[in-house]
Design a protein around this ligand. Structure first.
Ligand SMILES: Nc1ncnc2c1ncn2[C@@H]1O[C@H](COP(=O)(O)OP(=O)(O)O)[C@@H](O)[C@H]1O
Ligand SMILES: [Mg+2]
Length: 309
């Protein structure tokens, strides 16, 4: 969808003698940042979702997702920011029907993930941190395979994939070599394009840039912004990268040990802690304030599941 259009009449009558601001309001429609207003069906509605893992008889169960609620508006990029082991992937798996919820409710455009699994599956697609490919095969062959799985005609799918990738700045001649010869960043882009083959209205990106070198990371982030602008998708993205959350996300939820501890636009989040903070807070100080940890702390998942609370 092209956003910036200068087709508006340039000569709006200005009867007022008041000096007008030098910068006119942007002509493009403002992006609709949630929460959804009353009466609007959320793209994704998560209501007190809870998922517990029982890992052994002696061990305490892990509350991977603990009473999490969020309501995401169509068109938003919504970020879930949390340290390793905080429950991000579990939340994504619950939404994508790969795991069943223990308590609470999740709906994708009004379809319940438990009662209406097939409808939900048609509306979503997920890209996990390590996108799986047949590495000896080319992106074209991988995409053709995916198309078969999705029940698409191979030729149609190929044309669609080429056009998606072209729109997103990846030329066709890069798609003929084995995946294993491509950079991880490029692989991740192909994975996202593959997920777009089904025209999902909700795209779930689980740590799409984790493990990428800085250059690839920036490329993939730009790619995600382009997906947002060209595919009219709603994106739920997890990350443990503050800068990424700040750059890409309209709103961010901070999660800590399975619980949602704060939610808002990047500006709202920094404002929340500004009072308690002498200098201008960063998203990092916000995260520290709400979780008591730094995102750089690498959590030992084994021990953290045993000795909390
Ligand atoms: N299939 C599983 N079985 C048991 N424990 C799990 C399973 N999946 C995740 N966990 C535990 O749930 C917690 C959250 O994990 P996860 O959702 O993968 O976190 P993140 O994606 O934020 O790193 C961790 O303590 C993890 O060990
Ligand atoms: Mg994860």
């Amino acid at each position: 969808m092209t956003e910036v259009m200068t087709t508006e009449p340039k000569t709006t009558p200005m009867p007022s003698a008041e000096p007008q601001p030098a910068v006119a309001p942007a002509p493009e429609q403002a992006r609709r940042v949630g929460p959804p207003p009353p009466g609007e069906l959320p793209a994704l509605f998560i209501d007190h979702a809870t998922k517990r893992f029982v890992v052994g008889r002696k061990k305490k169960p892990v509350m991977a997702v603990n009473d999490v609620s969020m309501s995401i508006r169509k068109g938003e990029i919504y970020g879930v920011l949390g340290a390793n082991g905080s429950g991000k992937s579990t939340l994504i798996r619950l939404v994508s029907t790969l795991l069943t919820i223990d308590r609470g409710r999740i709906e994708v455009f009004g379809h319940d993930v438990t009662k209406d699994e097939m409808a939900v599956k048609r509306l979503i697609n997920r890209v996990s941190v390590d996108a799986a490919f047949f590495k000896k095969l080319s992106p074209h062959e991988n995409l053709a395979y995916a198309a078969r799985l999705y029940g698409m005609d191979a030729k149609v799918a190929r044309a669609e994939a080429v056009s998606i990738l072209a729109r997103l700045g990846v030329g066709e001649k890069r798609l003929g070599r084995p995946v294993e010869q491509m950079s991880r960043g490029m692989q991740q882009k192909v994975a996202i394009a593959r997920a777009l083959l089904t025209s999902p209205v909700v795209l779930l990106l689980d740590e799409p840039t984790t493990g990428l070198d800085p250059r690839s990371k920036l490329d993939v982030q730009t790619f995600i912004e382009e997906v947002r602008d060209t595919h009219d998708a709603t994106i739920l993205l997890t990350t443990h990268d503050l800068a990424e959350a700040e750059r890409l996300c309209d709103r961010i939820a901070l999660i800590n040990d399975g619980r949602l501890v704060a939610e808002g636009t990047p500006a709202e989040l920094t404002e929340m802690v500004a009072r308690d903070y002498g200098k201008e807070p960063t998203l990092e100080s916000v995260f520290m304030t709400f979780t008591g940890k730094s995102l750089d702390d690498d959590i030992d998942e084994e021990s953290s599941s045993e000795d909390d609370e």
